[in-house]
Design a protein around this ligand. Structure first.
Ligand code: SF4
Length: 287
């Protein structure tokens, strides 16, 4: 099994305790981006820096030393096109990926615009999504003849889809526990950032981290999808469950027709069958 990559807040003491792991560092502000990079690049342990910000994308103070940092920026909203356009040349050099919340309908159009400008970007599809806007974005991502940046999670799903197994596209948000584990300053370990925040822990301590593959709670969490079938969820009869894994369970009305989430994921599957997205060379970096 490939060793996990740990997702942790920027904290020098914590990083010192976790010397043998590759890390995704959560920067709480712009000032921590360069510091995290400098700290972990020296010993080649940096997988990515994630800046989650309450600011709009256009209002972030992008800094010259951020160039070539594997940086992911998550924002709730885009902000002002006029403000961002003055930074476009630098942002292109920087090579960061931009994610906007999927909770705002207008964000899907902003993501399309970012992709059309050549940026790799995506929407953070949470439990609630705007299905019509999401569907428009997926059509753009798969069918637009114009060259554009990668749009997540579609690019990930297309590149990792297999008819024989399920995939967890939450990897693009660093929330797939088969690859990423979240850890805090108390060395409490969780399967996702939400579960860490909610106090739903798999284990605690470095020794537990080393043996997590044989941890019962971890194994149960990896197989949580089985619950869809055990409780006879509406997802158990869904043709798309291998791609969605019940991420929107319980939110849609059945109304005797296909639920909105089902219809959306079926469009993704159809698109992959018709026109899988091109896999870009052999990237050194992958989710
Ligand atoms: S698409 Fe909807 S019905 Fe299907 S697995 Fe996902 S949440 Fe469940």
């Amino acid at each position: 099994m490939t060793p996990h990559i740990l997702v942790a807040p920027y904290n020098e003491k914590l990083m010192g305790q976790l010397r043998q792991w590759k890390m995704v560092i959560l920067a709480s502000g712009e000032s921590q981006v360069g510091s995290a990079n400098n700290h972990l690049r020296q010993d080649n342990r940096l997988h990515a820096v994630v800046l989650r910000t309450g600011k709009a994308l256009s209002a972030i103070e992008y800094e010259e030393p951020w160039e070539n940092i594997p940086l992911f920026i998550y924002a709730d909203e885009f902000g002002s096109f006029r403000d961002l356009s003055s930074k476009v040349d630098f942002l292109r050099k920087m090579g960061a990926r931009f994610f906007l919340s999927g909770e705002k309908a207008e964000n899907y159009q902003w993501v399309q615009m970012l992709a059309s400008m050549g940026f790799n970007c995506g929407v953070h599809l949470g439990k609630k999504a705007h299905w019509e806007a999401a569907s428009d974005l997926l059509h753009y991502s798969f069918y637009s003849p114009a060259k554009h940046g990668q749009v997540e999670p579609f690019n990930y799903i297309s590149g990792n889809f297999s008819v024989d197994s399920s995939i967890n596209y939450a990897a693009v948000y660093f929330d797939d526990p088969s690859r990423y584990l979240h850890i805090n300053e108390n060395l409490e370990i969780a399967a996702s950032s939400q579960e860490l925040n909610d106090g739903i822990f798999l284990a605690k301590g470095i020794e537990e981290l080393k043996t997590i593959s044989s941890n019962k709670a971890y194994e149960t969490r990896l197989n949580a999808w089985r619950g869809l079938f055990l409780r006879n969820s509406e997802c158990s009869g869904c043709e798309s469950w291998r791609v969605c894994l019940g991420k929107h369970e319980g939110l849609s009305d059945k109304n005797g027709s296909k639920m909105e989430c089902q219809a959306f994921y079926l469009q993704i599957l159809e698109a992959i069958m018709q026109k899988p997205l091109p896999v870009e060379g052999k990237p050194e970096w992958r989710f």
